[in-house]
Design a binder for this molecule. Structure first.
Ligand code: 0YR
Ligand code: MG
Length: 373
């Protein structure tokens, strides 16, 4: 499986519902920014990072793939993922300028494409290649009903519909208003509407400081919150550890962490209860497996963050025993040959060969953006 070409691409796909916001981000399109790796035997693997569809920064990722990684990959054996991953990660000039950020997102795309290739070559879905499924069904939790930009009455109605009509047992609602009392009011209304048996998680996207989080958690505890995700600034290990000690609400985080070492620091400090790696921010599937194993070794559950909108995580979550639940956001799934679909609150298990990371020809026609002016 000699690598013949590495071709970057940028897709900007409109999010369903027009435009959404959490406490920190406003998003109208989701960026699928990555590459196709073609081998001399005619197979193609696809991998991508998830972005906020900002063309100038998306082009930094594709330039890194095209100008820095592609020359290191052409002619190599695509089967040797571990060696190629280390070759790219440790390439001295790139290690010097980026052990996180753009270079990591670009490496994520390459790594996912290599795993996609390996599974296609084997003729099996990725979860099968990795060792088979550890569970018969994988629960989904719905994030798409809980954006901060949704007014309270629509929020309550959307949560009720997700539970009563669509069969979700798990939902997540965004928090992070300047006045946390507004969030308490929204959560009380949602809890009343969905009843006591639905798992209700919340996500602050790193907005509040420690005193605000402590006061907020004291008021939110009676609402039986399943986890509080990214309560504080992403890299602040000490404050997360203090909050984890101060409240009975479990702490979740990881979608902004780039490395295994960053996860280890949070785990060692007792600063999180739910581990949320993302193949599109860590350096791909290879490093996500490392983080899942780290979590398992500490008996912490894993709930991956859907930077790739769960196309790839659905494979990892079906396979890895530490992962009982996966995020569901249906924005871009229909742009892929095998969409990550949910039925009755559970992800369908992928059955096609590969990592479900290949966009459809129609998606390339409709959503491609130029790599340069
Ligand atoms: C905007 N999921 C998240 C949106 C989401 C973000 O980036 O996708 O809220 O990534 O926090 O848990
Ligand atoms: Mg989040």
């Amino acid at each position: 499986m000699r690598i013949r070409s590495v071709e970057p691409f940028i897709l900007h796909i409109p999010v369903t519902g027009g435009s959404i916001a959490d406490s920190t981000h406003q998003v109208s399109h989701w960026g699928v920014v990555g590459c196709r790796i073609e081998t001399e035997d005619g197979l193609s693997g696809y991998g991508y990072a998830g972005t906020h569809a900002h063309l100038p920064s998306d082009r930094l990722i594709t330039a890194c793939i095209r100008d820095c990684y592609a020359p290191l990959l052409i002619g190599e054996d695509a089967n040797e993922i571990s060696r190629l991953w280390l070759k790219l990660l440790r390439y001295p000039p790139l290690q010097w300028v980026g052990r996180a950020g753009i270079t990591h997102l670009a490496l994520a795309a390459v790594d996912v494409a290599l795993w996609d290739l390996k599974a296609k070559k084997a003729g099996v879905p990725l979860w099968h290649l990795l060792g088979g499924a550890s569970k018969p069904r994988l629960e989904a939790y719905n994030t798409d009903i809980g954006w901060l930009s949704i007014p309270k009455d629509q929020l309550v109605e959307g949560c009720r519909r997700a539970v009563e009509q669509d069969g979700f047992h798990r939902i997540k609602v965004k928090v992070g208003h300047a006045d946390p009392g507004i969030d308490i009011g929204r959560l009380e209304a949602v809890r009343r509407a969905v009843g006591p048996h639905v798992s209700l998680a919340i996500d602050g996207n790193g907005k509040w400081d420690l005193p605000t989080c402590k006061r907020f958690c004291a008021r939110a505890e009676p609402l039986d919150i399943f986890w509080f995700e990214e309560p504080l600034w992403y890299d602040d290990v000490g404050s997360h550890a203090e909050l984890a000690r101060a409240t009975s609400i479990p702490v979740a985080l990881g979608e902004q962490l780039y490395t295994l070492d960053a996860f280890r620091a949070f785990v060692q400090a007792g600063a999180l209860h739910w581990v949320q790696p993302d193949v599109t921010r860590l350096a791909g599937i290879t490093e996500t497996i490392q983080v899942m194993d780290l979590a398992l070794a500490h008996r912490l559950p894993v709930a991956p963050h859907a930077g790739e909108m769960s196309q790839v995580h659905v494979h990892l979550a079906y396979w890895h025993e530490a992962t009982p639940v996966l995020e569901y956001i249906p924005w871009i799934k229909d742009a892929f040959l095998e969409p990550a679909n949910v039925k009755d609150g559970h992800f369908l298990r992928p059955e096609q060969p590969g990592a479900s990371s290949e966009p459809s020809p129609a998606a390339f026609r409709q959503f491609s953006r130029p790599l340069s002016d």
